[in-house]
Design a protein around this ligand. Structure first.
Ligand code: XMP
Length: 183
């Protein structure tokens, strides 16, 4: 395992992003919506750095990769989503990879009549986007590698790590690496 981002680097950058968001949303009815489960660590740290009043909510997304298709089907649960009508919504996820998850979730939240709707990700994986979508905010741009820690998982493990590390095939012998949801 190779460390990509230390806990210290993450906390400094998250604080910086929080300050920027506080400036951008000052005086606005902000609701931060986290995508479960990968965004929870990022969201918990970030909201404490957004020094303006705001609400939070969650959506749960899991993707099912069909056997006969190259794409994946996204299943979404909105049970923990508050009313977003007239709110400035900031949708938060751990990582932007193909872009499919956030593009779909953004369309879904747009139908709830927010006053505005933007997205923020902790990590933007460079060069892997498959749809025309870009997050409005990102904390770090990273190379195309499978990463875990700070909320990101492999088979629901490693989320508790305070840093972000690259997981390489030799770290998990005999198991093929593939981004997975539910996360
Ligand atoms: P898309 O491709 O829809 O994917 O942008 C977003 C979701 O895919 C998972 N993902 C990863 N999870 N390490 C992880 O732990 C990674 O490197 C990685 N790349 C994608 C993740 O669930 C993310 O929300």
């Amino acid at each position: 395992m190779k460390q990509l981002l230390s806990a210290d680097q993450i906390s400094r950058r998250v604080a910086e992003l929080g300050t920027q968001l506080a400036a951008d949303y000052r005086g606005r009815p902000l609701t931060v919506v986290g995508v479960l489960s990968g965004s929870v660590v990022f969201l918990a740290d970030l909201i404490r750095c957004i020094d303006v009043p705001h609400q939070i909510g969650f959506v749960e997304a899991s993707s099912y990769r069909g056997r006969t298709t190259t794409g994946s089907e996204l299943t979404v649960s909105v049970d923990r989503l508050p009313d977003l009508t007239g709110r400035d919504v900031l949708l938060i996820d751990d990582i932007l990879d193909t872009g499919r998850t956030l593009a779909s979730l953004k369309a879904l939240l747009a139908a709830r009549h927010p006053a505005s709707l933007r997205t923020a990700v902790l990590l933007w994986k460079d060069g892997t986007q498959q749809v025309d979508f870009m997050a409005d905010y990102h904390a770090f741009r990273i190379p195309n590698a499978f990463v875990v820690g700070y909320g990101l998982d492999y088979n629901n493990d490693y989320r508790h790590r305070p840093d972000i590390v690259i997981l390489e095939p030799q770290d998990l012998p005999s198991i093929g690496l593939r981004p997975s949801r539910p996360d």
